[in-house]
Design a protein around this ligand. Structure first.
Ligand code: HEC
Ligand code: HEC
Ligand code: HEC
Ligand code: HEC
Length: 465
């Protein structure tokens, strides 16, 4: 990505990633996807997959007749240039190298970890750090986040998966991870892009230099970029869902909320409490202004003691609107629980047991809603309503912090692209400009201004009428 150098040196890396997200989106007219599956309803699957067979390394997928074709193949549903995309365009292939750079090494020094590229704490997400006994002969740790980090150990299916009568299900049975299943796919991404009990980026690491983690499935899949096909594209099976990207957004939000609540529950039982990375970053990290210019003082501190750092609700912000739109009867119940959790978390020293209980409960509720949301049949009307609903929520969303605003900007962009691709909006060009305005407001998060962000949201909303 062209902005990576800039990213590493900028005040906050996330704002540059957001710019990259916008630029990439502006260039991607067509969005890719995969087939839908019914979700499983278990929280246990949030944990890392069981290894069946050994990990062989990306080299075993790289032959030009397998997945290393230079360009996409047209005679097959599978593109077969996955390796070429990964090695050239996908930041995951550079994930190990990130540990050996100046930033990674300084972080390791601050955290007394020795060298980052040998620290299990870092390798957990930046490489495929499986036990020696699971590493095949051709396996190399330095290959970073590679095919098997997402697709599971290949030894069991590498040979047979090219046979004519071989099926996806057979591969799954011998160790392939089911990335086609949307909820499982999101869980896999979030194992590194949110973290879990085994691997984590906390405020201590962020203060040492690690970028703050944020995620949105549809957007991040495009930025990767995708090495798989879009339903509706030539060569895709007929009947595939043209609104799949909308499902990706909504289901991805549900999984993200559930996993973040589980992480919160687990952190509330941890060594460090309160854990600052669960709170609103810019409540502590903004620049100060004279009182008459302070929007925070103008807003007041509803629901908390003035000066207490509030909970970061960004993983709930967009989902709140999604649930209101798709599941009216449960929306209120859900809002009440989350409001309670937010109030609890916005105390100076939140009660650990109460947080754990409430967060676990809400995670179960999110899980229930997830199944409903994932099985919704999406269409132009639902998509447009979602776009209208989120952009109409301008005041509420913008008054939360920059992270919530970023989630809203990504969601709006994602829904807009899905709608524009299938239905062609009359004022598509104007909407693009308005959406760009949203991302521009996120470039310097310490100086984020809710009134200006809300203004752009309203502009988007007005163009959708
Ligand atoms: C929970 C998973 C996780 C752990 C643990 C983790 N990282 Fe990361 N790291 C990420 C993700 C995800 C990104 C990309 C963030 C983004 O851009 O949204 C990243 C980005 C980085 C970057 C910036 C990369 C670049 O190209 O600019 C550096 C440097 C880095 N990590 C170093 C480390 C070090 C050193 C450790 C150990 C102390 C570590 N990471 C532990 C997930 C993790
Ligand atoms: C960061 C996670 C990730 C990495 C790394 C990754 N993939 Fe994928 N891959 C996915 C996801 C998600 C999909 C879409 C869902 C699906 O079709 O399984 C996918 C789809 C595919 C498909 C199409 C499968 C189908 O049935 O449509 C192939 C083939 C593939 N990947 C091969 C590779 C190869 C080869 C590599 C390494 C060079 C690789 N992938 C690296 C996540 C990843
Ligand atoms: C095994 C851990 C792991 C998994 C699983 C994983 N990622 Fe990542 N991802 C990383 C790390 C580490 C980086 C940072 C690499 C770097 O910048 O050097 C990263 C970077 C990215 C970036 C580039 C961000 C930037 O700043 O440019 C995108 C986009 C991304 N991941 C999307 C995804 C998606 C989508 C999935 C699931 C399909 C996924 N990732 C699964 C670890 C992971
Ligand atoms: C409750 C207040 C609080 C919250 C919330 C908080 N931080 Fe911090 N942060 C601090 C303090 C205190 C320091 C140490 C500053 C120092 O030593 O100068 C710090 C240090 C940092 C630093 C290193 C200092 C620097 O200037 O480079 C970064 C980066 C950082 N925090 C980012 C974040 C991010 C991102 C979040 C949200 C995920 C966050 N913080 C949430 C209080 C907070």
């Amino acid at each position: 990505m062209t902005t990576r150098l800039e990213a590493a040196h900028s005040r906050t890396r996330n704002s540059s990633l957001l710019l990259a997200i916008f630029i990439i989106f502006a260039l991607v007219p067509f969005k890719a996807s995969a087939q839908s599956r019914r979700p499983r309803f278990s929280l246990a699957s949030a944990k890392s997959d069981d290894a069946v067979g050994k990990y062989t390394g990306p080299g075993s997928c790289a032959s030009t007749t397998c997945h290393g074709s230079i360009g996409p193949r047209t005679d097959n549903r599978v593109l077969q240039n996955e390796y070429s995309i990964w090695i050239v365009k996908d930041q995951h292939s550079k994930a190990y190298a990130a540990l050996t750079g100046a930033l990674g090494e300084r972080m390791a020094k601050i955290l007394s970890l020795g060298s980052a590229e040998t620290a299990p704490k870092c390798l957990a997400c930046h490489a495929l750090n499986v036990p020696q006994s699971q590493r095949g002969r051709t396996f190399e740790l330095s290959e970073g986040v590679s095919c098997e980090s997402c697709h599971g150990p290949a030894a069991g299916w590498l040979g047979p998966h090219t046979e004519r009568d071989w099926t996806h299900e057979k591969s799954i049975a011998v160790g392939m991870y089911d990335t086609r299943d949307l909820t499982k796919r999101t869980e896999k991404c979030l194992s590194c892009h949110l973290g879990n009990d085994e691997k984590s980026v906390d405020h201590e690491m962020i203060a040492a230099g690690h970028p703050d983690l944020f995620f949105e499935l549809d957007t991040f899949s495009d930025v990767m970029p995708r090495h798989w096909k879009v339903p509706g594209e030539p060569g895709e099976a007929p009947g595939t869902d043209p609104w799949y990207n909308v499902r990706e957004l909504t289901t991805g939000q549900a999984v993200q909320l559930r996993q973040s609540l589980l992480r919160l529950a687990s952190r509330s039982r941890g060594k460090v409490w309160p854990e600052y990375s669960e709170l609103q970053c810019y409540a502590c990290h903004h620049s100060l202004t004279p009182p008459e210019q302070s929007w925070r003082q103008a807003r007041g501190y509803p629901g908390r003691r003035p000066g207490n750092p509030p909970w970061n609700p960004s993983r709930y912000t967009v989902f709140h609107d999604v649930v209101q739109q798709l599941d009216g009867e449960n929306a209120e119940r859900f809002d009440t629980e989350l409001a309670h959790l937010s109030q609890l978390m916005s105390q100076l020293n939140p009660d650990r047991d109460a947080v754990a209980a409430l967060a676990t409960n809400s995670a179960h509720l999110a899980d229930e809603l997830m199944s409903k949301i994932n099985s919704t049949v999406y269409d132009p009307a639902i998509t447009l309503h979602l776009l209208q609903k989120i952009s109409a929520d301008a005041e509420n969303i913008s008054a939360q912090d920059e992270h919530s605003a970023a989630q809203a900007a990504m969601a709006i962009q994602s829904l807009f692209l899905a709608y524009d691709q299938n239905e062609k909006l009359q004022n598509s060009a104007q909407l693009r400009v308005a959406i760009k305005g949203l991302f521009q407001e996120l470039q310097n998060p310490s100086a984020y201004d809710p009134a200006r962000f809300a203004g752009h949201m309203k502009e988007v909303n007005a163009l959708l009428r």
